[in-house]
Design a binder for this molecule. Structure first.
Ligand code: ZN
Length: 191
């Protein structure tokens, strides 16, 4: 596979396929070494998220977040990688949240875990493949500005609202499920 020969739609398909595989394998790998959410975190996020959702969420502190193996293909042809996860504070694979302990204090700030919980709910509604497809397509459309991907803007918006909420609880989970249930006008994505 020489990715430098792929046109944009082919490149997006390549990324969706490999990202989906990567998310699935990381989920399995880290589940085995994960724990439930820390008690204080669960308590702080209760109400914003359903008890069942908090209970099935898995949590793991890691020394760093590894980039996917398929990034070697980008490096081989001298292209820049799509997203450098090694600089991320946290990442979520399905219901498994990884927190990068080199960048995040222990216990993790509630706001960091809140953001990842938004992704846990998005994964639950969409499934891993659709989450990956939406993430990668919009990533390509936004020229790799991940902060502009709707799945991320939703997470950052709700995280901001949580930080400003001063203990006044709102159901982030209901909002996320409601947003994703709304049929989108954007049937015509270029890829
Ligand atoms: Zn995010």
């Amino acid at each position: 596979m020489d990715i430098s020969r792929l046109d944009m739609p082919e490149r997006v398909s390549y990324l969706v396929e490999n990202s989906t595989e990567w998310i699935r394998s990381q989920r399995v790998l880290h589940t085995a070494l994960s724990q439930p959410l820390p008690d204080t975190t669960r308590q702080a996020l209760l109400g914003y998220f359903e008890p069942e959702t908090l209970d099935r969420t898995r949590f793991r502190r890691v020394p760093g977040i590894d980039n996917p193996g398929f990034y070697a293909e980008f490096e081989r042809v001298g292209e820049s990688i799509p997203l450098d996860f090694s600089s991320w504070a946290a990442i979520t694979f399905g219901e498994v949240i990884l927190v990068n302990e080199s960048l995040v204090p222990t216990p993790p700030p509630h706001s960091v875990v809140f953001h990842e919980m938004v992704h846990v709910v998005q994964y639950d509604v969409l499934g891993i493949e659709e989450f990956s497809r939406r993430y990668v397509r919009r990533l390509a459309q936004t020229r790799f500005q991940y902060m502009n991907i709707p799945l991320e803007t939703e997470a950052f918006d709700l995280q901001g609202r949580f930080e400003r909420s001063a203990g006044e609880i709102f159901s982030a989970e209901a909002l996320i499920r409601g947003n994703l249930a709304t049929p989108r006008a954007s049937g015509a994505t270029p890829f």
